[in-house]
Design a protein around this ligand. Structure first.
Ligand code: GLA
Length: 438
């Protein structure tokens, strides 16, 4: 609400007229299923109450003028000549989205836009996917073309792969576009079939009808005692804490090496498929390899490739087992699968780092923690933990102290709300005044 008010006022101040729409696209936390998306496998992310807001209005010409409030920078480009901008790399996401929307034949209007968000950049909560999804959806609102949410996610992934140059999978854009409040999304990254999975620790917040809902307030950092907002999220105000909360711990170590190591992992997985095809000629991706088949043929794989394959094969199993555990309300099993995922990412996939390990290990020590693991690509960023409602404050105090002592870094610890995917925060209305040229 506050964020939305601010962005609206800033838009008015910068462009001299009201925005025609304000779009909100969420970041994400992946509960389990890491590095499986580009292996045609399964993932189980949630869309969170940290998001990118984009206030926008159409222009009568072909210019796109973008103000990034968080960087205090302005960038502009023409829809007739979309090029990379090395000076304003943040604007390459919108450029890439515009490029591929036009390539698909959609007629885009020029646009004045102000962008702002509360997803920390480089924390592994997918701010870039949220920026892409917000841009694509904004253009959809402004020009009314028809594109399903799945197609929108695919187009944004393409913008990131081919325009920005990061070879990510489909998970981040998909959950930002299709997330559902209080549910995780099981995504089959081969077929793109998806299914909402009810979270048995559903929060008891009072709900409003989707159309009336404001954008989510920024998450509060848990500092000492639960703030009223967090009490609400945990259901404490009703005297019946839900069984658990999703807690994100930001190591404050910004991801390094991620692009080159990420691409190296992709190549190692492809090599695994190539080698396993000698025994299993029908396989297209590691998704097609069962644990039994992996065990039978693993000796033929070189050490590093074997480790990468082992992670993917068993991580896919863990995702499916996790969904079963959630359906049965079995949080203990779900938590054990999370822990197993972390160990596998640390030892076999080798995408953890000291900070993430210290954070996960500190979480594992707390009574009332079901499970904890690194989330996202790795090499820094955040862990995700599933914590019993009554243990959240104990968790915060212990993890923050242990982590700070071991690393010298002050972590940020959030209780996370689970929100809907992209949507218009403010309904589109017709402008009577002509948009200024900004
Ligand atoms: C990044 C990528 C995703 C996915 C994760 C790892 O977030 O953007 O596509 O591969 O890493 O699970």
């Amino acid at each position: 609400m506050e964020q939305q008010k601010t962005i609206r006022e800033r838009f008015l101040g910068i462009f001299g007229h009201e925005p025609a729409t304000i779009v909100r696209a969420p970041g994400r936390v992946n509960l389990i299923g890491e590095h499986t998306d580009y292996n045609d496998g399964y993932v189980l992310p949630v869309a969170i109450d940290r998001s990118i807001l984009m206030a926008a209005a159409p222009r009568p010409d072909r210019q796109v003028v973008l103000h990034a409030l968080d960087f205090d920078q302005r960038a502009g480009f023409s829809l007739d000549d979309i090029q990379h901008d090395a000076q304003h790399p943040w604007s390459n996401y919108q450029r890439g989205v515009a490029f591929f929307l036009q390539e698909r034949g959609f007629e885009l209007p020029g646009m004045n836009a102000v962008i702002s968000g509360d997803i920390p950049v480089g924390s592994g909560l997918s701010s870039s996917a949220a920026v892409e999804v917000a841009a694509a959806y904004t253009w959809q609102v402004l020009s009314g073309f028809s594109l399903s949410r799945v197609e929108l996610a695919l187009l944004c992934q393409r913008a990131e792969n081919e325009f920005v140059g990061m070879k990510c999978g489909i998970m981040d854009q998909f959950i930002s576009a299709l997330g559902q409040r209080d549910h995780a999304l099981l995504i089959d990254c081969r077929t793109l079939e998806h299914e909402s999975v009810n979270l048995p620790w559903r929060s008891s917040r009072t709900r409003s009808a989707p159309a009336e809902r404001e954008t989510s307030p920024a998450l509060s950092v848990v500092e000492g005692f639960a703030t009223p907002e967090i009490s609400g999220k945990l259901g404490l105000d009703e005297g019946s804490p839900p069984s658990a909360a999703i807690v994100v711990c930001d190591t404050m170590k910004r991801r390094g090496l991620v692009d080159s190591e990420y691409n190296a992992r992709r190549r190692e997985c492809e090599e695994g498929v190539r080698l396993l095809r000698k025994h299993l000629p029908g396989i297209k991706a590691l998704r097609d390899v069962s644990p039994a088949q992996f065990e039978r043929y693993q000796e033929d794989l070189p050490e590093v490739v074997r480790r990468r394959c082992r992670h993917i094969v068993y991580e896919n199993e863990r995702v499916l087992q996790s969904v079963g555990a959630l359906e049965e309300g079995d949080l203990a099993t779900f938590g054990r699968l999370m822990n197993g995922s972390h160990v596998s990412l640390r030892d076999d996939y080798q995408v953890s780092c000291r900070e993430l390990d210290v954070m996960a290990e500190a979480a594992w020590q707390v009574e009332g923690v079901y499970g904890s693991r690194l989330t996202g690509a790795g090499f820094g960023g955040c862990t995700v933990s599933l914590v019993a409602g009554e243990a959240v404050e104990r968790f915060r105090a212990h993890v923050a102290a242990e982590y700070q002592e071991a690393t010298g870094l002050k972590p940020q610890i959030y209780v996370c709300g689970v929100e809907d995917g992209v949507g218009a925060a403010k309904p589109l209305r017709r402008l009577r005044i002509k948009p200024s040229q900004g």
